[in-house]
Design a protein around this ligand. Structure first.
Ligand code: NAI
Length: 287
């Protein structure tokens, strides 16, 4: 197994961060979005981020040049069939994700590994319609936001994932200085299952939209709990819509277990279009 080239599907918050990190590891990256303008804007945004890192002295100009050469936007027609790995990072919707994998099945070689960055959808349910060989070459690779900075990667073993592939990724990521957690294929895996209570209980404490209360909860969890970000700051960073979909998905998968239940306030925020930093306003306002 080798990892010289990858295709990232979805150039939103996660896709662009994943693409950036892999290019920094010397891997050739194609980045695709069903909206070509988003893919192009993502490349510009990654390049702007590299420029800032160069200015801060984190990378040399020659390194930045080599990263840039590794990263390109792609259309469906331009996908390299012999790419080593595809990472899907599109909307958290099982049906849409499945249709993307079915489409990729007709394009990619049978040895190409398929991975999903899903936060909560069981990996095996995304693989089950695919041919046997692909199901063996299918796993979850769950990165955290921002992907170039956050060390943790959850490597999720689906029902058919071949063990040597899991070991390959464990060793490869470890060599590249990521922290790997091997997870079984259960809703929310490890982090997003534990985190439901971090968000859910905080939402129940504030109950209604009340900035002073949200600030108080964020402050307590940072100052006393040792978290780098409070729950409301973190939901704004993740995207309240994404966080809400993940909560709904985990809650439904656990047969409507009350401790995983979504909160009215999350739903209200999503309906109002205040989704967090990406819309310049969520629980808090941003410039
Ligand atoms: P996002 O909404 O920022 O980006 C999704 C992108 O996918 C959009 O640019 C959209 O145009 C594109 N897209 C939608 N359908 C597509 C299709 N059929 N083909 C190609 N592109 C398509 O979403 P985000 O936050 O990047 O999340 C993506 C995935 O990563 C989700 O499964 C989410 O649960 C997971 N995730 C999100 C994290 C976060 O902090 N936002 C953290 C870890 C995982």
């Amino acid at each position: 197994m080798k990892l010289d080239s990858i295709l990232v599907i979805g150039a939103g918050t996660m896709g662009r961060g994943i693409a950036q990190w892999f290019a920094q590891q010397g891997v050739s990256v194609q980045l695709l979005d069903n909206n070509d303008d988003i893919a192009k804007e993502a490349i510009q945004s990654v390049q702007a981020s590299w420029k800032k890192l160069e200015a801060k002295g984190k990378f040399q100009a020659s390194e930045i040049q080599s990263f840039k050469e590794k990263l390109s936007a792609s259309t469906w027609e331009e996908i390299r069939p012999d790419t080593d790995l595809v990472i899907e990072a599109i909307i958290e919707d099982a049906k849409i994700k499945t249709s993307v994998f079915t489409k990729l099945e007709s394009i990619c070689n049978e040895d190409t590994i398929f991975a999903s960055n899903t936060s909560s959808i069981p990996i095996s349910s995304l693989a089950k319609e695919l041919p046997e060989k692909r199901r063996e070459n299918f796993l979850g690779l769950h990165f955290f936001n921002p992907a170039p900075i956050m060390k943790l990667v959850e490597v999720i073993k689906g029902h058919w994932s071949k063990p040597e592939m899991i070991t390959f990724f464990e060793e490869w990521f470890t060599e590249k200085k990521k922290e790997v957690a091997i997870c079984s294929d259960s809703p929310g895996f490890i982090v997003n299952r534990v985190a439901r209570n971090f968000y859910g209980e905080s939402l129940r404490i504030v109950s209604n939209y009340d900035v002073a209360k949200m600030q108080e909860v964020d402050k307590v969890l940072k100052k006393c709990g040792g978290f780098r970000m409070g729950p409301f700051e973190l939901m704004d960073l993740i995207g309240i819509d994404i966080n809400y979909s993940v909560t709904e998905s985990v809650w439904k998968s656990f047969y409507h277990e009350p401790r995983f239940a979504p909160h009215q306030l999350q739903k209200k925020m999503v309906d109002s279009g205040r989704l967090g930093k990406k819309t310049k306003g969520g629980f808090y306002d941003y410039e």
